[in-house]
Design a protein around this ligand. Structure first.
Ligand code: NAD
Length: 365
């Protein structure tokens, strides 16, 4: 069980984690939003039959009038048509600032529900009940929300901090294994950032972690505590938040170059290995440390190299990530497990090294 204070984006809120928290979500939310009248739950068509029937009565018991809206499952939730439907639902029940939108779902639901809450009537409160590992361990904190435009991911977005975050490890029992693995890529990222103890814990407990029990709860708590601490320090020093982009800078470029054939988690896994190899070729990290990261990712059925590297499309995507006037991008580079620094790297240098990195990754797989 945990209760983590999050200070970010001018807001302070708590992330409460506990097995069985769904049944107590009303009381937890009531403590964070004492005057709210209604809870408008946004969920998706897969999650609704699994968990709305437990969440709705819990909210009612705490005095919330409950409404719900359902979006399509997965990335289909994040298009303009779904967003417009949500606005219509909000307008029909006259959602106001004295209500709270509750996102019950994975990253896709959190993105569209959070974005709708951020923009409807210039912003209404929202809370998060994440149901995937990716959403529980990472994206439920920080209020980064957005939707896709014509299949282009996360093109329109904003920051809208939630009022409360309620994490229930039991909800992961129904999550398909491939989505669980995708979330574990974030856990590996946090372990590389966190240090030897966190990394060895994942190595020692890999099969147990995949059973989504107490061992995974511990990993989620560790990840959230790490993210909350980085968010709190990046309030003062924005550059710090780039640490959380470990593996993501390259990962996002691979995801985009694959036209999203790679999932976010798979792309992150490959991004962690390729970023490690980038650091290794720059003489900054021992090969053994990179091999260790790749071996751990493989134990969770995550890919560690790309079947084909589309260099042009990858560089195009990297450049779309806004390089500096000098043609550099900021990359979180590991020097060892638990030692990561953010440095500017010339896109040209990445372009020159990527084919070699790709060959090394293939030989290690
Ligand atoms: N805003 C951010 O900071 C941020 C960061 C990373 C990723 N994302 C976005 O998150 C999205 C991916 O999110 P995700 O990986 O959480 O997946 P998801 O929300 O797309 O869900 C994946 C699938 O699992 C189902 N599902 C969810 N919870 C379930 C449960 N407990 N039991 C059974 N099925 C369940 C969903 O219905 C869906 O079919 C992408 O759109 C990505 O762009 C956003």
């Amino acid at each position: 069980m945990f209760d983590i204070e999050v200070k970010y984006g001018g807001a302070t809120y708590r992330a409460h984690g506990e097995r069985g928290a769904l049944a107590r979500a009303g009381n937890i939310l009531r403590a964070a939003a004492p005057d709210a009248r209604r809870a408008v739950v946004v969920t998706d068509e897969h999650v609704k039959p699994l968990y709305l029937k437990a969440l709705a009565p819990a909210l009612k018991r705490a005095g919330f009038a409950v409404r719900s809206a359902t979006v399509a499952a997965g990335d289909e939730a994040k298009n303009f048509a779904q967003l417009a439907d949500l606005y219509r639902e909000f307008a029909a029940v006259v959602v106001s600032r004295s209500d709270v939108v509750v996102a019950l779902g994975g990253g896709s639901v959190c993105d569209v529900a959070g974005f709708a809450a951020a923009t409807f009537k210039s912003g209404v409160p929202w809370a998060v009940v994440p149901t995937t590992l990716l959403a529980q361990i990472d994206l439920c904190l920080g209020g980064d929300v957005g939707v896709d435009v014509d299949g282009l991911k996360n093109q329109v977005g904003t920051f809208h901090q939630p009022t409360a975050v309620i994490v229930d490890g039991e909800l992961l029992a129904t999550l398909p294994a491939k989505h669980l693995s995708a979330g574990v890529a974030e856990a590996v990222k946090y372990a590389v950032l966190g240090g030897e103890e966190a990394f060895a814990y994942l190595e020692d407990n890999a099969p147990l972690v995949m059973r989504a029990g107490a061992e995974l709860d511990a990993v989620v708590e560790r990840g959230l505590r790490y993210k909350a601490s980085v968010l709190a320090s990046s309030e003062r020093e924005r550059g710090e938040s780039h640490l959380l982009n470990l593996g993501r800078t390259l990962g996002r470029a691979f995801e985009s170059a694959s036209r999203f054939a790679l999932s976010h988690g798979e792309a992150l896994a490959v991004g962690l290995v390729y970023t490690g190899l980038l650091a290794e070729l720059r003489g900054e990290i021992a090969t053994e440390a990179v091999i260790r990261v790749a071996a751990l990712l493989r134990r969770f059925n995550l890919p560690t190299y790309l079947p084909t590297l589309n260099l042009d499309k990858t560089l195009e995507a990297l450049v779309a990530g806004k390089p500096t006037a000098g043609g550099e991008i900021y990359v979180a580079l590991p020097r060892d497990i638990g030692q990561v620094v953010v440095e500017p790297v010339a896109v040209r240098a990445v372009a020159e090294l990527l084919p070699q990195i790709h060959r090394l990754a293939r030989s290690m797989a």
